[in-house]
Structures are given as structure tokens and as C-alpha cells.
Ligand binder design. Structure first.
Ligand code: NAD
Length: 369
């Protein structure tokens, strides 16, 4: 494989700690599998603010636009809580998502058998669970105008947000879900509230249009989002790919993710329009934040970040087999009993440190050869 460019933005708190373990994995792929990446590193979030007075410089933004993939750790922390909104660490991440136009947010909810006991649901309901939630990320009620808080002229106030979707916005995220389904079990469930929202009616019609005209081979069903939430906790294994809007996706993906146990295990990808090479613009990041409560203590679980790199292998670098290898390596580490503190019941042994977890993944990768 010719070299692909990968921009690493480790960020704040446990971000650099978990990213150090991903670097071991990247180096292993170079040494042992001939997958060489042109890796560059830069600052984002509080780290960028400390160095440059902004959570993301224009130079870093330009590098992100040019990279085949961006891998981000986490941003934020108590040192930055009092900063003006415009320079808060999270603004760096939001700028990346917005300017790269990352409209399709992929949140897998995959339950490793070794961790089924950590789910709040019964083991048989979640064991072997593997679903993918595709959330529209750049439009909908979080961005729609008009918005704001205004006086009602009767001594009270009115809070306004607008749910707004265009044909194009719905069709492009639907395509992304259908493409994914074709690589999985070929099944998409679209969720909205077409019973009470016009934007939901449009959503349903446009997803159906994309299906009928472009992906008739994929099985499509529609479900009201409130029923979807219920079904996710009743019988989650009925789903393969779920596609939904920004607001419902925000809630449903958190709900689905928690079926699987720990925040330290959850990767994500945000994809945009195809670049000249045909691959989508892409940002990969763990779902968790900078975890200031455990930062600097070698307690962070690096698996979410390592699994985010596995998603990059699959979706940005066409290395599905190698992504499977890496996911299986993580699974075998968990099954062997090597676990960071977040994956242990209290009092059940000595937890592995962040770097011991990373080393165990490398050992499992070696054993896979
Ligand atoms: P968090 O995800 O950082 O932490 C929540 C809890 O989960 C903490 O107890 C933490 O110790 C634990 N945890 C998280 N990741 C872990 C890991 N890899 N291994 C072991 N335990 C882990 O969320 P929070 O505490 O609400 O936020 C802390 C900071 O992170 C805030 O500044 C917040 O704004 C920021 N944040 C950033 C992102 C992001 O960068 N995408 C996402 C969420 C929160």
C-alpha cells in the first residue's frame, strides 16, 4: 500500500495517553503488515489554546482538510472551563466537524462477549450485539434557524429551535447508511417522527427514494424514533444499521452505546463527502472525553481510541481484513482477563495500566500472524 496521510490530534487529558498506545499499533502495522502511514501530529483543544491562544489554528485546520484521515483523542478539561465560549477546547472539535462537512456520524454499538456482564441488560440480549447507528451530524434542530430566546411581551420568554432538513441533506446521509449496510448484514432501519413532524415525513420519503432508486437490494424499514428507543433496550439484536437525524441520533446512539458497557470501549467515525481519491473526508475519535479525573494516572483504557483506528483502517484505507484483525486482538485481550480499571468489578484483581493494555493488544496482534 502506498503511504496514506494520517493526522493525529491527541488533545487534552487522557487524549495523549491513549493516543500513545495507538501509535504502537500504527507502528506495528508498518513493521509487520507493510501498512505505512505518513503520520503527523498537531495540537487541538486546550493544548492548542495554551500554545496558540486558539483551540485550532488555521494551519492545523488546513492539515486536517488535506489528510486522508484525522485521528483525535479528546479535548477539554477544568483548566479551560472559564474561557470565553469562542475559544473553549470543544470549539476546535466543532470547527473540524463543520469545515470538513462531516455529515455522517458512525457510532457502532458492539458488545464483546467478555464484557457482556457490564451491560445494564441481560447478557443474552447483548452478547454478540453488533449494530451501527448513523447519525446526521451537520443539520437538523441543532443548526436550524430561527433559533433563540425571545420575550413573549407578556412577561415571559419563548425558546425557539427549528428542525430543518433538505432533500440533499437527507439523501447523502441515507446513502452513507445504505453503503455501510452493504458491507454488513444489508439491513437499514430509518428512524424519525413522521407521525408528528413534517421534517419526519420528508425524512421518511427521501430515505425511501434513495432506497428505491439506488439501493433496492438493501432491506429498508422505518420506525418512529420513540419506538426505536424502546426496541433498542427490548431487543437490540433486531437491528443492523440505524439511520436517523441529528437530535434523535444524539440520544439513540448514547442509549445503544451504553448497552455495551464501558465508555472506554466506544469508537466513532465522522465521514464527509468523497475527496479526489474517492474516499470520504474522515475524523475518527473515541466517544469518551478527556477524563480529567483519571488523567496522568495511567488508568485510561486505550481501547476506544485503538478501535477508532480500526474504523479508519476500514473506512479510510480499505483495509477491512486488518480492521477485523485489530478488533479481534482487542477482543482476545479482554477475554484473556487483561483489563483496565473501568472494565473490572471493584476488588476483582489488579487492573492493567494504559500502556499494559496497549502492549497486550500488540501481543495479540503478533499472535494473529
Ligand atoms: P469523560 O468521557 O471525559 O469521562 C466520563 C467518565 O468516564 C469519567 O469518570 C472518566 O474517568 C471515565 N472515562 C472516560 N474515558 C475513559 C477511558 N478511556 N478509560 C477509563 N475511564 C474513562 O466525560 P466528562 O467527565 O463529562 O468530560 C470531561 C471533559 O471532556 C470535559 O471537559 C468535556 O467537555 C470533555 N469531553 C470531550 C469530548 C470529546 O473530546 N469528544 C467528549 C465528551 C466530553
Amino acid at each position: 500500500m502506498s503511504n496514506h496521510s494520517l493526522l493525529i490530534l491527541a488533545g487534552d487529558g487522557i487524549g495523549p495517553e491513549v493516543m500513545a498506545e495507538v501509535r504502537k499499533v500504527i507502528d506495528w502495522y508498518g513493521d509487520k503488515r507493510g501498512l505505512n502511514f505518513d503520520v503527523s501530529e498537531d495540537l487541538v483543544g486546550g493544548a492548542a489554546y495554551d500554545a496558540h491562544g486558539t483551540p485550532l489554528t488555521d494551519e492545523t485546520m488546513a492539515k486536517a482538510q488535506a489528510a486522508d484521515a484525522v485521528l483525535l483523542g479528546a479535548v477539554g478539561g477544568p483548566n479551560y472551563d472559564e474561557l470565553d465560549f469562542s475559544v473553549k477546547p470543544e470549539r476546535g472539535l466543532l470547527r473540524l466537524r463543520k469545515e470538513m462537512d462531516l455529515f455522517s456520524n458512525l457510532r457502532p454499538a458492539q458488545c464483546f462477549d467478555a464484557l457482556a456482564e457490564f451491560s445494564s441488560l441481560k447478557t443474552e440480549l447483548v452478547s454478540g450485539l453488533d449494530i451501527m447507528i448513523v447519525r446526521e451530524l451537520t443539520s437538523g434542530v441543532y443548526f436550524g434557524e430561527p433559533r433563540g430566546i425571545i420575550d413573549d411581551n407578556e412577561g415571559g420568554r419563548i425558546g425557539i429551535n427549528t428542525q430543518r432538513y433538505t432533500t440533499n441533506e437527507i439523501r447523502r446521509v441515507a446513502r452513507s447508511a445504505f453503503e455501510l449496510a452493504r458491507r454488513r448484514s444489508n439491513k437499514v432501519c430509518s428512524m424519525e417522527k413522521a407521525n408528528v413532524m413534517e421534517s419526519g415525513i420528508l425524512w421518511r420519503e427521501e430515505v425511501q427514494w434513495v432506497h428505491d432508486n439506488e439501493y433496492p437490494d438493501v432491506e429498508l424499514s422505518h420506525m418512529y424514533a420513540d419506538n426505536g428507543a424502546m426496541q433498542l433496550v427490548r431487543m437490540p439484536k433486531q437491528f443492523d444499521v440505524i439511520v436517523t437525524d441529528n437530535l434523535f441520533g444524539d440520544i439513540l446512539s448514547d442509549c445503544a452505546a451504553m448497552l455495551t458497557g464501558s465508555l472506554g470501549m466506544l469508537p466513532s467515525a465522522s465521514l464527509g463527502a468523497p475527496m479526489e481519491n474517492g474516499r470520504p473526508k474522515a475524523l475518527y475519535e473515541p466517544v469518551h472525553g478527556s477524563a480529567p479525573d483519571i488523567a496522568g494516572q495511567a488508568k485510561a483504557n486505550p481501547c476506544a481510541c485503538i478501535l477508532s483506528f480500526a474504523m479508519a483502517l476500514r473506512y479510510s484505507f480499505d483495509q477491512g481484513d486488518e480492521a477485523n484483525r485489530l478488533e479481534q486482538a482487542v477482543e482476545s485481550v479482554l477475554a484473556s482477563g487483561v483489563r483496565s480499571a473501568d472494565l473490572m468489578q471493584s476488588g476483582s484483581g489488579t487492573p492493567a495500566t494504559t500502556s499494559e493494555m496497549g502492549d497486550a493488544v500488540i501481543a495479540a496482534l503478533e499472535a494473529s500472524l
